[in-house]
Ligand binder design. Structure first.
Ligand code: HEC
Ligand code: HEC
Ligand code: HEC
Ligand code: HEC
Ligand code: HEC
Ligand code: HEC
Ligand code: HEC
Length: 265
């Protein structure tokens, strides 16, 4: 169950409103009588604001200005706002900045719970029948999302286009599907996510849809005859009865091929 229902409603509304009006301010963690967002707790500690981290964590702080999460602020009852972006994931840091020890700060590392508390729908996605083993602790949200720099989807610092960054992320663990190939499938420009739902799916291999409809998203061809089914100038009438486009010995090399331009193998 989502323990912060109001944050989600309120928060997301504020995100949109704030983005339009005040682009530096992403979301408010509204500390009014109806406080809804609960960042990780550190017993006895209070929030100090992101500015306080700069002194000792220069590298991380330097890259952080354009990070997706850089604008998370806390609003006091009197309307004053404090940027608590670092602490929204790491917990309040007043004790840590005095002691400089690990025990006084939260490191979300491999546990996805810190992320899920603010992105509760991802728990459901990672509970679908075919998923990346994130809840099992085998891979982390941060294998695919950079919390400290740039667009949260980017794998590498400096990667600025979302799709290129996403493919590079997948390539770290799935080089065989990423190529390059002699005969590439142009769809890769749209990214792996054209066909796969990386958080999880009800379909095998985390495919976005089952069977032929996956390919028809882009390869649907209006048919001139009611009798034959044509694709790329080739009669597919009997082929489509044999299985999906990529099984049954047809376009098995969906990711690209080094030998066949029709991506057969
Ligand atoms: C006075 C210097 C100082 C300041 C200011 C400081 N830190 Fe640290 N921080 C440290 C040191 C030193 C370590 C490494 C401790 C170790 O390796 O034992 C550390 C480690 C960490 C870690 C890693 C903990 C782990 O388990 O590996 C996190 C996360 C962290 N700091 C977050 C923050 C945040 C967020 C802020 C700002 C709110 C902040 N720090 C401000 C000195 C500081
Ligand atoms: C969106 C959540 C999030 C935000 C915001 C965030 N961090 Fe982190 N931070 C993480 C996660 C997750 C890790 C662990 C990364 C890993 O090991 O994969 C981490 C690790 C760290 C570490 C330990 C690095 C190491 O090499 O062990 C430090 C220090 C740190 N963060 C400081 C900061 C500071 C300073 C800020 C703000 C400028 C900040 N973080 C903002 C999620 C966040
Ligand atoms: C304190 C709450 C909070 C925490 C903790 C948090 N996030 Fe976020 N995250 C947000 C907000 C707010 C946004 C921007 C608003 C939005 O688009 O929903 C956001 C945006 C994102 C986005 C971009 C969404 C998009 O549509 O492009 C990603 C990806 C993301 N977060 C991943 C993570 C990961 C991974 C972690 C854990 C390391 C994490 N978040 C921890 C609040 C949080
Ligand atoms: C295997 C890589 C991978 C892992 C692991 C992963 N994500 Fe994502 N995530 C992506 C990609 C790729 C997208 C963009 C999807 C798209 O464009 O269709 C995305 C989108 C998102 C978004 C924005 C869209 C949405 O679904 O709301 C958020 C927020 C997010 N991820 C959070 C998380 C959190 C939290 C975790 C860990 C619990 C996580 N992700 C783990 C790859 C991953
Ligand atoms: C940190 C490594 C890592 C990253 C990054 C990663 N994956 Fe994975 N992927 C895995 C693991 C581990 C599995 C599970 C393999 C298993 O269960 O045998 C997996 C499984 C898959 C599967 C299902 C394979 C099967 O045989 O059922 C697909 C499809 C997939 N990943 C696509 C992607 C896409 C798309 C991305 C980029 C958005 C991505 N992965 C990023 C590690 C990763
Ligand atoms: C045109 C749609 C499409 C795109 C784009 C796509 N895939 Fe796939 N992928 C598939 C299909 C279909 C399968 C299932 C193949 C099978 O069952 O034989 C699959 C299977 C996989 C598997 C499981 C192992 C295997 O080869 O059967 C992995 C891992 C994978 N894809 C990763 C990726 C990565 C990484 C990207 C981006 C570089 C990507 N895919 C882009 C359609 C696609
Ligand atoms: C997001 C769009 C998209 C999706 C989804 C997609 N494709 Fe493609 N595909 C393309 C584009 C673009 C081309 C290159 C232009 C063309 O030949 O039509 C292409 C080319 C091909 C070719 C080479 C045609 C030739 O002989 O030159 C084959 C075969 C193919 N796709 C099969 C598939 C299969 C099988 C699937 C489903 C697993 C699929 N495609 C899903 C966009 C897509």
């Amino acid at each position: 169950m989502n323990p912060f229902p109001l944050f989600r409603r309120l928060g997301l509304r504020l995100v949109l409103g704030a983005l339009a009006l005040w682009s530096g301010l992403l979301v408010s963690c509204v500390m009014t009588g109806r406080t809804m967002l609960a960042p990780p707790a550190v017993p006895g500690a209070t929030f100090v604001g992101a500015q306080a981290c700069t002194k000792c964590h220069t590298d991380i702080a330097r890259g952080f200005h354009d990070a997706t999460h850089a604008g998370i602020v806390m609003k006091a009852a009197n309307g004053a706002v404090k940027n608590i972006s670092c602490e929204s994931c790491h917990g309040p840091a007043s004790l840590h900045i005095k002691a400089g020890t690990r025990a006084t700060i939260v490191n979300p590392k491999i546990s996805p719970d810190t992320c899920i508390q603010c992105h509760p729908n991802t728990r459901a996605e990672f509970s679908l029948p075919f998923t990346h083993p994130v809840l099992a602790g085998k891979i982390a949200c941060t294998n695919c999302h950079n919390p400290h720099e740039g667009e949260a989807h980017a794998a590498d610092a400096g990667a600025r286009t979302l799709v290129a960054a996403t493919n590079a992320t997948c390539a770290k663990c799935h080089p065989a599907q990423t190529g390059p190939f002699v005969f590439g499938h142009e769809v890769m420009r749209d990214g792996c996510v054209a066909c796969h739902a990386p958080h999880g799916s009800v379909n095998d291999k985390m495919l976005k849809s089952r069977g032929t409809s996956l390919c028809y998203q882009c390869h649907f061809q209006p048919q001139s005859s009611g009798v034959t089914i044509m694709h790329g100038g080739v009669d597919h009438s009997s082929n489509v009865l044999r299985g999906t486009c990529w099984s049954a010995g047809c376009h098995e090399a969906v990711h690209g091929s080094n030998v066949n331009s029709s991506l057969r193998f």
